[in-house]
Design a protein around this ligand. Sequence first.
Ligand SMILES: [Zn+2]
Ligand SMILES: [Zn+2]
Ligand SMILES: [Zn+2]
Length: 301
Amino acid sequence: MSVEPRTPLAELTEDQLEALHNELDAYRNQPQLRHCLVPGCLREFDFTARMAGNPPSRPSWSGDGWRQLGNGSIHPRNGRHVCPDHAEIVIAHHARPVETASGRWTAACPCGWTALPQRWHGLLGPLWEEHLLTELGDLPSAPPITDPEHRVPFSDHTERSLAELYDRLEDAETYTQELREVARAAMLGYSQAVPALLGVKTSLEALHQRIALDSRDWTADKTDAWIWAILVGANCENTDTDHVHNDIDCAGDQALWDLGRQHDIPTDQIIRTGHLRWWVANAIKVAQQIEENNVDPRNED
Ligand SMILES: [Zn+2]
Ligand SMILES: [Zn+2]
Ligand SMILES: [Zn+2]
């Protein structure tokens, strides 16, 4: 960078002083350009103008549609801004840094990609950029880690590269162990919840049947109507996509409101009753799905 020769005050003219000021002003208002974080992308925008709410110095430097990575993101080398062209793919692959059991760093992407664990978190940025370029189709996909062609040959190994392999194994073992524990806890919860749900379904269906077979008018009395609306349901519950409510073979979607008006029930209580009915119907529906999938743990002997 060249530095202007300085003119001593004794030799300085008014014009030269004016030129000096102009030059300084030009520097102060210079656009600060921010680049897209995707390597190879040439798009940039005028950050100064954007922050000041001014139009950009050039139309192509507009900040419209640009996105910025939040805190807790991986740091790409080109900054945290993404151009409108790449916003979608960067959001879809917005990986986060994760510390592994052995104190190293990996990146976890919503698509399932993870980076090989690194001892320094600063390496995650380039690895993530490589992943973005692979997803964009600019790079061929990576060979699997276990690919024999990409293994370090025995004679090339050092203490460090061997330690790397042991660390990797340790991470994998911890991860597998954690997965096993999660699966065990989930299975335990499932094996307790499913028989309970199927039992409740049997009881609810018995109540439904008992009410349906009763000859009395369940809508005449306020309490009867409430019980009926929860256990049998006032509204039509046909969820077939081609079903249209009608006056012939369905109750439509206003029957609960009509019932509420008939008994002067406040709006919030009608809504509450609608929720209570939904939970009953949903529990029966879910229990039916479990039975249909034939995954009832009571049947596993
Ligand atoms: Zn871009
Ligand atoms: Zn991804
Ligand atoms: Zn209907």
